[in-house]
Design a protein around this ligand. Structure first.
Ligand code: PLP
Length: 388
């Protein structure tokens, strides 16, 4: 048998991913399905980054690299972190990981011991519960209500704090809701962390896919630099999901400790990938184009469904997704998603895949071009009109 820790990682409760897997199978079997279920770009990595990787492979960059990350990449990421968080970041405050997920794994391992407790905000990115369980810790879900545009209520977070609580995990811009937390919310959460001596793990992987200039990292708030771990990644911002480059920013003692975690978990990233990633960051390949593309897609999709009775759209200030309240049409969001797949060949995610608090909602990924999004909106409109 696998260890209890490993078998405990698997998500419990409802599994909305079934809709996505069924859609994939039908697509592979040749059916024409509009896939608006997952968060991977429909376009390839920008050419400049691809060329940098090919050059690196041809130039003999085939070897082990340093565990905190290739120095050139680490230095480029420190500069980028300074930009992302608005607070000066040194190279020693950055460690390179296998994607944002690797950074998340490192952050949970670094802040939680067996028996410790964390607080997460629901709806959440689907791997959060498993990543906390992999650290043998428990967690409480705080519902960020649709009525509050999916911003968490700091008083609710406060009431979930226990003697065993070590960390609060937040994500803004948010997957799945698209919510971007206000300064007031981030300040209140930060104050709780200071008052109760907690770590704040801030997942900011969508920071560029946001209104330009508006990203606010809690790392920049007073007293937070020493207790915030920022999760980041080139997957979304630089169009590099399959390259697996992420990083964690935090106090240098924490980063030093995490070098040994890299040693025993990944032994670092690929040499040529790291070189190409450094160039992608230095030259900002694709960043503004990708951000503009998603902003336009959200507009295209939301314009197409505007005025449709029975659905409510909230949040959606950033990120790559649109969250819709479909409860007036169908209170069971899984049934809604299955129906849309079966009747209209459109794959979306039931809200409950991201936590029970998203019942009555569906997440629609903007990872398709404008024409597909228009067609999907048309089919969604038809599906809803038939039911209202
Ligand atoms: N955090 C959030 C909120 C995400 O949506 C994702 C990916 O979808 C990740 C982390 C993981 O990022 P990566 O693909 O770089 O591992």
């Amino acid at each position: 048998h696998p260890s209890k820790r490993v078998s405990g990682i698997t998500a419990q409760g409802k599994d909305g991913w079934e809709v996505h897997f069924a859609a994939m199978q039908r697509k592979l079997a040749g059916e024409e399905i509009l896939m608006l279920s997952i968060g991977d770009h429909d376009f390839d990595t920008p050419e400049g980054t691809v060329e940098a990787a090919v050059d690196a492979v041809r130039s003999g960059y085939h070897h082990y690299i340093q565990l905190p990350g290739l120095p050139r990449l680490r230095s480029a990421l420190a500069k980028l972190s300074t930009e992302a968080t608005g607070i000066d970041t040194l190279e020693q405050e950055v460690i390179v990981t296998q994607g944002g997920q690797g950074a998340l794994f490192a952050a949970c391992q670094a802040t939680l011991d067996a028996g410790d407790h964390a607080i997460i905000v629901s709806p959440y990115y689907a791997t959060y519960p498993g990543t906390i369980r992999a650290a043998s810790a428990s967690f409480t879900e705080i519902a960020a209500e649709a009525e509050r545009d999916f911003e968490p209520d700091p008083d609710k977070i406060a009431s979930a704090i226990q003697p065993e609580t070590r960390m609060i995990l937040i994500n803004s811009p948010n997957n799945p809701t698209g919510a971007v937390y206000s300064r007031k919310t981030l300040e209140a959460i930060s104050e709780l962390c200071i008052e109760h001596d907690l770590w704040l793990v801030s997942d900011e992987v969508y920071w560029t896919i946001n209104t330009p200039g508006s990203h606010l990292s809690p790392r920049s708030l007073p007293g937070m630099k020493e207790r915030t771990l920022v999760i980041n990644s080139l997957s979304k911002s630089h169009g590099m999901t399959g390259w697996r480059v992420g990083w964690l920013t935090g106090p240098s003692e924490m980063i030093r400790a995490l070098i040994s975690l890299n040693l025993v978990s990944s032994y670092g990233l690929a040499d040529f990938v790291s070189r190409a990633a450094a160039i992608a960051v230095e030259e900002k390949h694709g960043v503004s184009q990708i951000a503009e593309r998603y902003a336009k897609r959200r507009r295209v999709f939301l314009d197409e469904i505007a005025g449709l009775n029975g659905i409510v759209q909230r949040g959606v200030d950033g990120g790559m997704y649109v969250m819709l309240d479909i409860s007036a049409i169908e209170p069971d969001c899984e049934a809604f998603a299955w129906g849309l797949l079966n009747d209209e060949n459109v794959a979306i995610m039931p809200g409950t895949s991201f936590g029970a608090s998203a019942e009555g909602h569906v997440r629609i990924s903007m990872c398709q071009d404008d024409e597909i999004l228009r067609e999907a909106a048309l089919r969604l409109r038809r599906y809803i009109l038939q039911r209202s």
